[in-house]
Design a protein around this ligand. Structure first.
Ligand code: ATP
Ligand code: MG
Ligand code: MG
Length: 581
């Protein structure tokens, strides 16, 4: 986990530290500012997903890694909440939970660096007025359609608005009247006066304020004009003294605008240098997953999954419920690294990170997922033979789990075949004068299959065997028995009955929403299976979110929501091996 992946952002930070670019800065109270300040700026309009985890690990991870910088480093938590109609407090809370769960916080010397773009509405408005006064912004009264059309295209220059040369005093009056609620939505907008012939369309007099008579989850009805992303984000960064503002590649074209706004405000004395700089990295694209908030919402609303925290979803709450650990997600983010080139990461990389984390940490247990009765005919029905097994094969110091072997056991239905296929070394009955197979019941005795029972439909209802009383695991005599099959089992007498949910990938297509595909067509109809399983009795006091390796099956977690000691529910996190080819 200490694996240090060098990336282009570290090189930039290293050189900024070397040049002292952000050295000796003081905050408004005269306190030294950290040498490196990043921020994680989600819009609270949905639940975070695995892509956000990459951004969180990057931004908070850099702050952690540069703690040794001359004045330290920190990462601010910022809610980019400038779009009143889509944002809710429920999302703010879930985002805070998710980032904390991933192992990060934003407290420095007892001060919480949790900010909201909406906290800056007053300043943003004041700065907009200053830009108007400086002749750098104007009120446009064209319709949204006209503005869109007159922006031009990649191959066609834009056209100046007929309102572009309004006098600053007139602009100011209109802007104040917009703020005062004198106009309906869409009547006017505030635009920057940059260049309608700029080769970069983003720079063709971008709109920075619009009228929106809408209730905001934090500012209520105080405002009926709201600033847009390109105006808000850079100013929020500057107000928070961010040094490195890291975002995904689709904002590359917006970088000149980011710089333009801050330079313009610097020119009129609002900010002093050095200004924050924007850097872009490639977003995470994960196969067999969807990371668009809109499409995730559709899956939830159409009940194609069991809510935002469905263990099949790549939301942080879903991944958590699936049994992923914060450590495994941080490991995944380190392994995939940070680059400037868009690429796809295979789902198996995420799954392997969990396997690697849990292999070292999860206690082992026996669980029979598809139970079939095994009857040991020569075993005394009144005896409970004590057996034990290590909790972890490499940590003898973790102690042992105790359980008993009795006459009737549960074994996996798949561990028995009436007609064994070639290479099947598990249980099969005697045939044509040949004895039945011999296998070891792990940490118990060697048995020999003697027959089986069927019901009226020919379904196998029980397997019969005899055991060898001198074959107990751990005894010197047990070495006299050489068998190829080694089966897990639980005593029918004291097994714990549990619901076990087996999950598979939600989509059958690695790129369910690429091109003009409809992602709903690629939904895997068998992505969730609910089984009634039997667990070894040592699992009777498991707490929600405890994780185990069920031997021979994979890793399982006690469900965060539904599990209780009275009604155990486990989710499959990941199998033992990567079975996807
Ligand atoms: P979506 O497109 O799913 O709505 P978004 O980018 O609009 O996502 P934000 O809430 O604005 O979501 O994202 C917060 C931060 O997380 C941003 O800095 C954004 O760049 C980053 N982020 C979002 N998705 C990914 C991704 N797939 N990979 C890496 N970073 C991401
Ligand atoms: Mg966004
Ligand atoms: Mg979005």
């Amino acid at each position: 986990e200490t694996l240090e992946v060098s990336n282009f952002l570290r090189q930039i930070i290293d050189s900024d530290l070397a040049s002292g670019k952000h050295a000796n800065r003081l905050d408004s109270a005269g306190k030294p500012l950290p040498s490196v300040i990043t921020r994680f700026p989600p819009e609270p309009n949905g639940y975070l997903h695995i892509g956000h985890a990459k951004s969180i690990c990057l931004n908070f991870g850099l702050a952690r890694d540069y703690a040794h910088a001359p004045q330290g480093a920190r990462c601010n938590m910022r809610f980019d909440d400038t779009n009143p109609s889509k944002e809710e407090t429920e999302y703010v809370d879930s985002i805070i939970d998710a980032v904390r769960w991933l192992g990060f916080d934003w407290v420095e010397d007892g001060v919480e660096h949790q900010h909201y773009a909406s906290d800056y509405f007053d300043q943003l408005y004041e700065f907009a007025e200053k830009l108007i006064e400086a002749g750098k912004a104007y009120i446009d009264s064209q319709s949204a359609d006209e503005i869109h059309k007159n922006r031009g295209t990649f191959t066609q220059l834009g056209t100046n608005s007929p309102f572009r040369n309004r006098a600053p005093e007139e602009n100011l009056t209109l802007f104040r009247d917009m703020k005062a609620g004198k106009y309906p939505d869409g009547a006017h907008v505030l635009r920057l006066k940059i260049d309608m012939a700029h080769p970069n369309i983003v720079m063709r007099d971008p709109v920075i304020y619009r009228i929106r008579h809408a209730h905001h989850h934090r500012t209520g009805d105080k405002w009926c004009i709201y600033p847009l992303y390109d105006f808000t984000h850079c100013i929020s960064d500057a107000l928070e003294n961010i040094t490195h503002s890291i975002c995904t590649l689709e904002f590359e074209n917006n970088r000149p605008l980011y710089d333009w706004v801050l330079e313009a405000l610097k020119d009129i004395g609002v900010f002093k240098g050095p200004l924050p700089k924007q850097y872009e990295f490639a977003r995470l694209n994960l196969t067999y997953a969807i990371t668009s908030k809109r499409k995730l919402l559709q899956l939830v609303e159409e009940k194609r999954v069991d809510g935002w925290d469905d263990p099949r979803l790549p939301t942080i709450v879903g991944i958590r419920r699936r049994g992923f650990t914060p450590e495994s997600l941080r490991l995944f983010c380190e392994r995939i690294g940070v680059s400037k080139a868009d690429s796809w990461i295979d789902m198996s990389v995420l799954e392997q990170a969990l396997r690697d984390d849990l292999d070292a940490r999860a206690e082992r247990a026996f669980a029979v997922l598809k139970p079939l009765k095994l009857i040991i005919d020569n075993f005394d029905p009144t005896v409970e033979e004590p057996c034990s097994a290590p909790k972890h094969p490499h940590h003898e110091d973790w102690g042992r789990r105790e359980f008993t072997l009795t006459k009737e056991l549960w074994i996996e239905a798949d561990d028995f075949m009436i007609e064994p296929i070639k290479g099947f070394f598990r249980l099969y009955p005697p045939k044509d004068g040949q004895p039945g197979s011999r296998v070891r019941l792990r940490h118990g005795f060697v048995i020999e299959c003697t027959g089986y029972d069927t019901d009226a439909n020919g379904e196998v209802t029980a397997v019969h065997a005899n055991y060898f009383s001198d074959s107990k695991s751990g005894t010197p005599e047990s070495n006299n028995y050489k068998v190829k099959g080694n089966l897990h089992w639980v005593s029918a007498k004291n097994a714990i009955k549990a619901e076990v949910r087996i999950y598979d990938r939600l989509f059958t297509d690695p790129h369910p929403d690429s091109g003009d595909k409809n992602f709903l067509d690629a939904i895997n109809p068998n992505s969730k299976q609910v089984l009634t399983a039997y667990l070894e009795p040592s699992l009777s006091n498991v707490k929600a979110e405890q994780r185990f390796q069920f031997e021979r099956h994979g890793y399982f977690v006690a469900d965060r929501v539904d599990h209780s000691a009275a009604k155990p529910v486990f989710n499959m996190c990941v199998g033992l091996k990567d079975t996807w080819k």
